[in-house]
Design a protein around this ligand. Structure first.
Ligand code: AP5
Ligand code: MG
Length: 204
């Protein structure tokens, strides 16, 4: 199972992919997480992308494709994975077609006011990396985690990210529709319920 998860910022891609990975053992690959880890480590890649991430601007295709190619090279070609946040442009989707055998691209449908609400309440633990929301923060997260807000969740960067999604990633949705691989699911339920829908969409 090699699948792509599409959806605007805040649609819940990372959350639902984490649930699915926990249930099935499928590998969860998030380009945003790879870039943020590089920024945290202050690696050469991190230094190149830090300002782009902070402002909510897409990293250039050539660099992003090279990062994904290197990451996939560390795994057997037939490994099961769910890609979260990649591809985000048509050239990325075309490059991915040479790197993997994508069986389905699932678009999470969440209305824009809801994604803006989710992003404004998102917190990530600076120690363990867990993601949650102030609207539904579990008691143990409040007690043990060190919640911080992602730098690109400020209103200006969120507007830029939503614009980038509409302008550059909507054509990717059409790319997978034309290939007969697109599945669309309603992302406005609890994360376990959305994970059930995702599993059903890719198993059918
Ligand atoms: P990336 O990290 O991919 O960010 P994004 O696409 O903007 O998506 P988010 O991570 O913000 O949202 P999400 O859908 O994962 O939602 P989450 O599960 O956290 O990319 C960041 C940056 O990296 C880009 O701007 C760009 O600079 C660069 N980049 C990355 N990939 C790139 C690429 N391919 N090409 C070029 N540049 C790239 O959930 C959000 C909140 O909602 C959380 O608080 C969560 O608890 C809550 N929530 C989740 N699900 C639910 C639910 N079902 N019900 C209620 N609340 C929910
Ligand atoms: Mg994410």
């Amino acid at each position: 199972m090699q699948i792509v998860l599409l959806g605007p910022p805040g649609a819940g891609k990372g959350t639902v992919a984490t649930v699915l990975a926990g249930r099935t053992g499928i590998r969860h690959i998030s380009t945003g997480d790879l870039f943020r880890a590089a920024v945290k480590q202050r690696s050469p890649l991190g230094c190149r992308v830090a300002a782009l991430l902070q402002s909510g601007t897409l990293v250039p295709d050539s660099l992003t494709i090279a990062v994904v190619r290197e990451h996939l090279r560390t795994m057997p070609r037939e490994s099961a994975f769910i890609l979260d946040g990649f591809p985000r442009t048509v050239p990325q989707a075309e490059a991915l077609a040479d790197l993997a055998d994508i069986r389905a691209a699932v678009e999470l449908i969440v209305p824009e006011p809801e994604v803006v609400r989710r992003l404004s309440g998102r917190r990530t633990c600076s120690a363990c990396g867990a993601t949650f929301n102030v609207a539904s923060m579990p008691a143990n997260a409040a007690r043990f985690c060190s919640p911080v807000q992602r730098e690109d969740d400020d209103p200006t960067a969120v507007r830029r990210r939503l614009h980038a999604y509409r302008a550059q990633t909507t054509p990717v949705v059409e790319y997978y529709r034309a290939a007969g691989l697109l599945r669309r699911i309603d992302g406005t339920a609890t994360p376990p319920a959305v994970a059930d829908r995702l599993y059903a969409a890719v198993s059918g």
